[in-house]
Design a protein around this ligand. Structure first.
Ligand code: ATP
Ligand code: MG
Length: 495
């Protein structure tokens, strides 16, 4: 790709970007949230038409008028926002967009199922039934289906936009094995991730985007110092540091009290206290019950037993309304489906849970709404710095910030955070950590779930380690190491 330019109303997302990818290599695309990575690969996938620039494929200049045109050349994409149809089965999704065979026969249901089963097996997930509805699968399994769909065509180049964001370490290893198999067959892989250690592991070369321009092209992935990569991305030296913990342990009475809470088949009876000013982390693998615990505390799932009390008020089991009224907030894991009004402005998305604050006697004070939302998004350096744009047009990481800004504005007593930094770039992560700690210092109680063990250990005061729905260990964050936590989640016993 050379000189690729693409503007949206009011934004130049790409400004003359060059990208060169070789057969059999893993080419990593790095850049902060909103740098233009997803836009570039959508141009490559035929989903966006560039305003200017040329694409050369195997020596010939090509125009990719549609995703089908790109697919015919052998270019497949796994998007950051998975684009599967939830109401269709796994096999139907995998074969969606396939053309009838040359003889004019559409692939029949049984063959579609058999070939899908074979692909899933090759991807290390033979246990997924091709007949299951995609909407019933976990995020990680949906990712695998998306990959099966990409591989169901004769692919020469496969683009993966933050594929590991929804995966735990085991599944990431599986993904890397697949990437290794593909490149050994001469398939080119374009890999987007905010996790630099992944890029070191599987990358060959790196292109860095900043504000719609390529600021470095074809750097060696394994030998370029992290400091250099980060300063190319951010234009400054960001230290990956966690905010200081308060000198003294919080002494106030717990504001969140959970007693004997359980859901059969999901997690065992759990006791938990969080005090104002305290950040408590839940560590564990995907599937260990972490998100289910948060959602049950929040009332989105009905518990089999137990109680949740917020600031002295016992919550009605299975009632989100009662939880929110008592002062609970949840920033969920699947933000697109669960949290965002994609067509509405950033302002409205941020203010939606605090509407009563801006409505008086039937009037909505729009100026106050906008200013308050703007302050919250600015605290998180959300880009673009214009809350009137629709959330749909934000980059993935900036959408995450919009969800968080909503809860910052709402001013709840207890904030439940599920994977708050998923998809957030390294620069903004440090800012986000600082904001979370500042809110705690101001008296908020935080319950944090993250797949990234260093994040839980660095940010939380106290950590509960979960394994298969059971708390297997509780201690202060400072007295645990990453290695010990990984041992605990695997074995369930202290190392
Ligand atoms: N459909 C659209 N309409 C308007 N603006 C858009 C649209 N798609 C992207 N943009 C803007 O283009 C810029 C680049 O966005 P892009 O999604 O490519 O970023 P990214 O590098 O993938 O970021 P992230 O790491 O957060 O996923 C952003 O400013 C974004 O707001
Ligand atoms: Mg993106």
């Amino acid at each position: 790709m050379s000189g690729i330019t693409k503007s949206f109303p009011g934004v130049r997302a790409l400004d003359g970007v060059d990208l060169e990818v070789r057969a059999g290599e893993v080419h990593c695309l790095l850049g902060q949230n909103g740098a233009g990575k997803s836009t570039l690969i959508k141009v490559l996938a035929g989903a966006h038409q560039p305003d200017d620039g040329a694409i050369t494929w195997a020596g010939e200049t090509v125009t990719l008028r549609s995703p089908i045109a790109a697919m015919r050349l052998g270019i497949a994409t796994i998007y950051q926002e998975l684009d599967l149809v939830e109401g269709l089965s796994v096999a139907e999704n995998v074969h969606l967009g396939h053309e009838p065979t040359s003889a004019g026969f559409v692939v029949r249901g049984r063959e579609a199922k058999a070939s899908t089963a074979a692909l899933l097996k090759r991807l290390g997930h033979g246990e997924i039934d091709p007949g299951t509805l995609v909407g019933d699968l976990s995020a990680a399994h949906q990712q695998i289906v998306s990959m099966a769909r990409a591989l169901s065509h004769d692919v020469r180049l496969i683009v993966m936009d933050e594929p590991s964001a929804a995966l735990d370490p085991d599944e990431t290893d599986n993904l890397f094995r697949i990437v290794g198999d593909l490149t050994a067959d001469g398939v080119a892989v374009v890999y987007i991730s905010h996790r630099l250690e992944e890029i070191r592991r599987i990358g060959d070369r790196v292109t860095v985007l900043k504000d719609g321009r390529a600021v470095a092209v074809g750097l060696p992935a394994k030998d370029t110092p992290t400091r250099d990569v980060v300063s190319l991305m951010t234009g400054r030296n960001v230290e990956y540091v966690f905010p200081d913990r308060p000198a003294e342990e919080p002494v106030a009475e717990p504001v969140l009290t959970v007693r004997d809470l359980s859901r059969s088949g999901e997690f065992a009876p759990l006791d938990l206290d969080v005090r104002p000013g305290e950040i408590v982390g839940l560590a564990g693998l995907v599937g260990s019950g972490r998100s289910e615990i948060l959602e049950t505390i929040y009332g989105a799932r009905r518990p089999s037993s137990g109680t949740v009390t917020v600031a002295g008020t016992a919550l009605r089991p299975g009632s989100v309304r009662s939880a929110v009224r008592a002062g609970l907030g949840l920033a969920p894991e699947e933000r697109k489906a669960q949290a965002l009004l994609m067509l509405e402005s950033v302002t409205r998305n941020v203010s939606v849970s605090s509407m009563s604050r801006f409505a008086h006697g039937g009037w909505l004070n729009r100026a106050a709404e906008r200013d308050a939302a703007h302050r919250a998004t600015r605290d998180l350096s959300l880009r673009p710095d214009d809350p009137s744009v629709p959330v749909r047009t934000l980059s993935g990481g900036n959408q995450q910030k919009a969800v968080l800004a909503r809860w910052l504005l709402r001013g709840c007593k207890v904030l439940l955070l599920d994977e708050p930094t998923r998809g957030v770039d390294v620069g903004a992560r440090a800012e986000l950590y600082a904001v979370i700690r500042r809110l705690a210092d101001e008296g908020l109680a935080v319950l944090l779930v993250s797949s990234e063990v260093p994040e839980v250990l660095g940010l939380a005061d106290r950590v509960l380690v979960l394994r298969e729905g059971k708390v297997v260990h509780t201690s202060r964050a400072q007295s645990l190491t990453e290695h010990e936590v990984l041992d605990l989640v695997m074995e369930g016993a202290p190392a």
